[in-house]
Design a protein around this ligand. Structure first.
Ligand code: NDP
Length: 331
């Protein structure tokens, strides 16, 4: 077995030295348990906050202990009535090649028409987050203009495509020209701004958003919020999905002036957690996204890094912008 552990707590963007890969025997299973061989690990931004003390809504990773996260695997040994050898499962387990489970925290991947690792991406948390964050909180209407930060990531690519289905004008904010090209050429975004090379993002947005901004889906949590509010229309909605720009320690400058603007423009700003949508709303999201994929209305992309020894690279890459679409590690 090979196991990823946290060697030290990073100061800023994690470094490969913050992780250790240890070896051990393949675990043995008892009655009622199964042995799962990992196929794909999911690298997710929230994991960075778990590397610090008391920052995450989840317990912090302990030093020199295994990192946990979501993964997809195949059952290779079973002493359980619920699972058979060959079943594909996903769930919350350890970042290692072999996991033992008694069936809690895992589910079977039943949709065989689409690759199983989509349970970590387009048909998993990012899908549920994008669908419900946009539709339940943002309530987009035909003809409205939406700006999405972190637009080329797992969540952002879906938000943009769903907003297009709902008839919106969609503008992405991303960190490279390659990402912009993908969003416009492949996913049908109306426009895109590279925040790393644009000299004046506010001016660029003003030019593109000729009817103002009605919705802002914020994956990033940076100072762009000031400009967005200035350019927003009356009754605009701001969806606070995530603050990846802050997970490594920096904090944006939010101009207090925007509060007055929010009042005068009757703007709503709302955060949410995926857990707010457990049950029916999650299931509906997955069903609807599956249907859109079948109909060719939604496309998805995965950024796959291979080999357990590269697990740290997969996680670090989220903070250096290496991924287009869902960041995965294939074992
Ligand atoms: P992504 O696939 O979007 O990966 C991260 C991307 O964020 C990078 O590729 C990079 O793209 C961008 N990024 C990284 N650092 C910065 C920075 N300092 N400033 C601006 N952009 C940055 O991740 P996900 O789609 O999985 O998650 C997107 C957001 O949604 C995250 O904030 C996450 O925490 C949040 N989230 C919230 C959930 C909830 O329940 N509310 C559930 C799931 C996710 P670029 O090249 O464009 O900079």
């Amino acid at each position: 077995n090979k196991i990823i552990t946290l060697a030290r707590r990073p100061e800023q963007i994690p470094d490969e030295k913050d992780f250790t890969i240890t070896s051990g025997p393949i675990p043995e299973i008892k009655q009622g348990q199964i042995l799962i061989k990992t196929l794909f690990l999911s690298a997710d931004p929230y994991m960075r906050e778990r590397m610090d003390l008391s920052k995450s809504y989840m317990p912090e990773f302990k030093l020199n202990e295994m990192i946990t996260g979501t993964l997809v695997g195949v059952v290779i040994e079973s002493k359980s009535k619920q699972f058979s050898i060959g079943d594909t499962v996903y769930g919350f387990l350890g970042w290692q090649i072999y996991n033992v489970s008694d069936g809690t925290n895992i589910s079977k991947v039943t949709n065989k028409s689409i690759p199983p690792q989509t349970a970590l991406g387009v048909l998993g948390s990012p899908g549920i987050t994008a669908y419900n964050g946009l539709l339940e909180i943002g309530k987009p209407k035909k003809g409205e203009t939406i700006v999405i930060s972190g637009a080329a990531g797992a969540v952002g690519t879906l938000v943009g495509q769903i907003a297009k289905i709902y008839g919106c004008k969609v503008i992405g904010i991303v960190g490279s020209d390659e990402k912009c090209k993908y969003l416009i050429d492949e996913l049908g975004f109306d426009a895109c701004i590279n925040y790393k090379t644009s000299l004046n993002i506010k001016e660029a947005l003003e030019k593109i958003c000729t009817n103002g901004i009605d919705l802002y889906y914020d994956n990033v949590g940076n100072g762009l919020l000031n400009d967005i509010i200035e350019l927003s229309n009356k009754k605009a909605r701001i969806i606070l999905c995530g603050q990846i720009s802050q997970y490594n320690g920096s904090s944006p400058t939010i101009n207090p002036k925007i509060l007055g603007l929010m009042t005068k423009k009757s703007i709503t700003m709302q955060g949410f957690m995926i857990h707010d949508f457990i049950g029916e709303k999650s299931e509906r999201a997955i069903q609807q996204i599956s249907l859109w994929i079948q109909q060719g209305q939604i496309q998805y992309r995965e950024n796959v890094i291979e080999g357990i020894e590269n697990a740290p690279k997969a996680l670090i890459g989220l903070f250096t912008g290496q991924n287009i679409g869902k960041q995965l590690l294939k074992i």
